[in-house]
Design a protein around this ligand. Structure first.
Ligand code: KIV
Ligand code: NA
Length: 265
């Protein structure tokens, strides 16, 4: 695939090729992630946590998401760029949801939007899709509802919630979503859902039986030491690497080792 489209992802699922997805929030990171060969870049509202330092994803605004997304779009050549609609920009009514999605597409140049929820936001998803904007769904542990859940623990362990999840996944497929994220649910349930729908299911903490995986880039690069859920694999310890590089710089400045003869004019 020279350039990834929503169609490529559906194709990949049909051919059994797994889909790789990571978040990015700025130009430089997007450029690195894109050149490394990622299929999908998600401009996640997790920017609220990792970029702005908020406790939850709720405070980030549509304007702030558009700023992050436009930076990412300028850094991505091959990957599909999906942008989260932030909390408060789509829940109150379908017209507002469409207005928000249109702003993201026009002002950031992103290729698709992602919304959290199933049946509750059915009319909004329909309206956005009718405008020609591709929609990715997001079910399971949906962080914008953290105050309803009260905890970041695994969702849909009980039958009632699992059945609703299956119904919502089938609804999202029927509405015309091109893909769907399942976050922090039992692996068996996620696999069952992935096998029962034709659109690709991207998992985070949802096991290996789905069609692709997504992680927050800061987490997988080990930029923070505190957040260690079971589903996270750290591919680097950038926190240690960066800390030691920076403290070395501090020492070199203090000792007048930097700059040396060759590092000046
Ligand atoms: O905002 C985000 O980073 C996400 C992914 C973790 C799916 O929604
Ligand atoms: Na998100």
């Amino acid at each position: 695939y020279k350039k990834i489209t929503t169609k490529s992802l559906i194709d990949m699922k049909a051919h059994g090729e797994k889909i790789s997805m990571l978040t990015a929030y700025d130009f430089t990171m997007a450029k690195i992630v894109d050149s490394a060969g990622i299929d999908v870049i998600l401009v996640g509202d997790s920017a609220s946590n990792v970029m702005a330092g908020h406790e939850t994803t709720l405070p980030i605004t549509l304007d702030q998401m558009i700023y992050h997304a436009s930076s990412v779009v300028r850094g991505a050549e091959r990957a599909l760029v999906v942008v989260d609609l932030p909390f408060g920009s789509y829940q109150s009514d379908p017209k507002e949801a469409l207005r928000s999605a249109i702003r993201i597409m026009k002002e950031s140049g992103g290729h698709a939007v992602k919304l959290e929820g199933g049946k509750e936001i059915k009319e909004s998803i329909k309206k956005i899709l009718n405008a020609g904007i591709p929609v990715m769904g997001h079910l399971g542990l949906t962080p914008q509802s953290i105050y309803k859940f009260g905890t970041y623990t695994v969702r849909a362990k009980e039958e009632e919630e699992a059945l609703k999840l299956i119904e919502d996944a089938k609804l999202l497929e029927k509405l015309g979503c091109f893909s769907l994220v399942l976050e922090k649910i039992p692996a068996k349930l996620a696999q069952q859902i992935a096998e029962s729908i034709s659109i690709p299911v991207i998992g985070i903490g949802a096991g290996s039986g789905v069609d692709g995986q997504v992680l927050v880039i800061h987490d997988m690069l080990g930029m923070n030491n505190e957040f260690s859920p079971r589903f996270l694999r750290r591919y680097m310890n950038l926190f240690e690497g960066m800390t030691s590089a920076i403290s070395q710089y501090v020492n070199d400045v203090k000792s007048s080792d930097f700059p040396n003869e060759k590092e000046q004019y």
